[in-house]
Design a binder for this molecule. Sequence first.
Ligand code: SF4
Ligand code: SF4
Length: 421
Amino acid sequence: MGNLKKAKSIHSKPIDQYTGIEVTGDFEPFEQKFDIYCRAMWDPKIKSQKTDAFFDGYYMPHAKARATDGFSLKDYAFRNAAWHVNNVIRDIEKSGEFRQEKPNEIRKEGFWDYYTSHDQGWHEPYPYENAAEATRDLKKIAGFCGIGDLGVCRYDQRWMYDSIFSMQGNGQKPQEIPKDITNVIVTLEPMDRDLIKTVPSALSGAATGLGYTFDGVSIITLAQYIRNMGYRAYATLNDSALCIPLALQAGLGEVGRHGLLINEKYGPRFRIGKIFTDMPLEISKPKKIGVREFCDGCDRCAKACPPKAIPFDAPSDHVHSESNLKGVVKWTPSAEKCFKFWANQNTDCIICIRTCPYNRDFSKLIHRLWFKLAASPFRGLALKLDDLWMDRGRLKTSHWWRPELEKIEKNDHSKRVKKRK
Ligand code: SF4
Ligand code: SF4
């Protein structure tokens, strides 16, 4: 590694004391086959005609388009197009045949497996002067790749999937990320606010699909850059390891009651990517941003969740099923209730993101000031202000497609009210 000077560790205490993650004696590493979407492939308690139709619906001939606002052909057409590039990159099949003909040979890269679409890189590690130089360059490239926020943490074996889900053999295969990898780069890819306003709808799934698509493209590009500099890099989305504890350790935010990460720039509105690498990098410091205290006094996501999957009570190590991580004190939604709702409405749901007070445009000063208020002892006032001034209702998708219709309908409504008076 040439004349590389070792970075001084910023952590003088165990990492959990910075993140607030409380691991109990019942902790067990997670096996990916118990992830709710993997269970929908093999577990008769979850897999049904409805869940099969849910997954098939992401491919246009199988979309369940209907005459309901948010679920029209147009809405499904955009949602499925938003996923398309991601599908092309992720569905790598050894046989080269169409995915549905040989489902047992699929590698779902980004979801079950790490990405393999890489060229050979440089033959020896670049001799960076120090980790600060490597980190500065990496962040510059990340910005050009469209990554919204980025942090780095140490590799932590606890959050690695103990085994990887596979449709072949007995449903499990060994973890493939090497254990001598030193660092994890955690990335955030923002999702569109206006599309999220339309949830529940097939259209809002376009925000998720585009989030994954852009996330995949940006982390594959960043991983190839790292390889081109002579280091190892494995680009992953939801595969290989738990995203949220790594994001906490990488200083990207705090977890809310809905079980999602809340970030200073994007609130809860992003997809997470991870790159496992041995590139020497500066390690980020976890940050407390007041979310835990704010969520203690707010239960809006729990109330808004149609199947009541989000807990109303304090964080605990209670698990609802094998799809939850055991032995960590936290807010744990029921993955089974949540996914059943998705399958029933035939598209994914992010009502908990739409209704969360942190779902704001933090590029605006007024919202950054609100964030400070929410992190202060006046957090109750911040919640009241959100109730008073933020419209968190559902936007009709017809109004997303044609915003002028919303104005016309509002004018007609106020004329009718005046007439009645
Ligand atoms: S995604 Fe929807 S169903 Fe699932 S927890 Fe959030 S609000 Fe509830
Ligand atoms: S809706 Fe309220 S309780 Fe739920 S995550 Fe957001 S701030 Fe926390």
